[in-house]
Design a binder for this molecule. Structure first.
Ligand code: ADP
Ligand code: MG
Length: 306
């Protein structure tokens, strides 16, 4: 049987990341490395392959924007302050019109997320964009996947399922009214990395993860890292007005909200006697393991590459 993405990482790479100055290694949204003076470096890298992570006919501005936003989302999930990024670009050919537009998208996201581009690499091959992000964390504080406590409540920022619905439109699988469709497609191409929310949650949320593979899949990572069971209330999931108006099939909306990836919202746990400044209450943390969701969905897992 082929190895799953996470089993593969665990078996071949997770043991290579130990060191005296390493606070967090393989397994969380970012690695955290201790620097002199107590400050810590949070870093993460993400690759987008044309035809796999975005439709091959996407506008280059959107590809550039999305590459930065999806990578920066891991800084948000750690509560890190953005410092900078590098970009490794593999291109089939050096087309100036394409490069100009791509760099505009990159620049827009870099400005919005305060991530100056400080280096990278350029090679020839099938279109692939890799962005590494670097951020700063204070001594002793980080939002990690493993901190959820029994009794905590589970929250999520923004709305869920928009990007998956947008991708269904881009793939020609669904054709809603254009006025809603445009919003959903934009949520796929232009995700919001919740950098400010992450920093606000630092020191108050007990655990956090960004929703890249789908809510259930990512909450399962949080539950497993924390050694708890997480219950998700499907009736509480925040769904955008656009998605509700565009899609009258409640089961389909729920499937996108629970299992669709690419939303890049933050999912986090909070002590039950406190309330976060932002976010929708969607569940609770119990003793045990795994996730429980009261929705009736079959085969509900998130996206895995292998
Ligand atoms: P995310 O969705 O937050 O980007 P991933 O699901 O891609 O995280 O990866 C899960 C964890 O495994 C992360 O901590 C990541 O750094 C690590 N990881 C993924 N691929 C590799 C690899 N080839 N070598 C080392 N670590 C890896
Ligand atoms: Mg992540």
């Amino acid at each position: 049987m082929p190895l799953s993405e996470f089993a593969l990482i665990q078996r071949y790479f997770s043991a290579l990341g130990a060191g005296d100055h390493i606070d967090l290694s393989v397994g969380d949204d970012c690695a955290v490395l201790r620097l002199a003076g107590g400050e810590r470096l949070a870093t993460s890298v993400d690759t987008l392959v044309s035809g796999v992570h975005f439709p091959a006919d996407s506008f280059p501005e959107d590809i550039g924007y999305r590459a930065v936003a999806t990578a920066a989302s891991d800084l948000a999930a750690m509560g890190a302050r953005p410092l900078g990024m590098t970009c490794a670009l593999t291109l089939p050919d050096a087309e100036e019109l394409w490069l100009h537009a791509f760099s505009q998208g990159l620049a827009q996201a870099a400005a919005e997320l305060e991530l100056p581009l400080v280096g990278g690499d350029t090679t020839r091959g099938p279109l692939t964009v890799t962005v590494q992000v670097l951020g700063s964390l204070p001594a002793g504080a980080a939002l990690v996947r493993g901190g959820a406590q029994v009794g905590d409540r589970l929250y999520v920022s923004g709305t869920l399922g928009d990007a998956a619905a947008g991708l269904a439109i881009l793939n020609g699988e669904w054709c809603p009214e254009p006025e809603y469709g445009e919003y959903l497609v934009r949520r796929f191409h232009r995700p919001s990395a919740r950098i400010r929310l992450g920093q606000r949650l630092l020191g108050s949320a007990t655990a956090a993860i960004d929703v890249s593979d789908g809510l259930l899949a990512d909450v399962a990572h949080l539950a497993s890292a924390s050694g708890v069971r997480v219950c998700v209330d499907h009736l509480a999931l925040p769904v955008s007005e656009a998605l509700q108006l565009a899609c009258s099939d409640a089961q389909q909306r729920l499937r996108w909200a629970l299992t669709g990836g690419d939303d890049y919202e933050l999912c986090f746990t909070f002590p039950s006697d406190q309330a976060p400044a932002q976010g929708t209450l969607i569940g609770r943390v119990e003793a045990g393991e795994g996730i429980y969701c009261d929705a009736d969905l079959q085969g509900a897992e998130g996206y895995q590459h292998f």
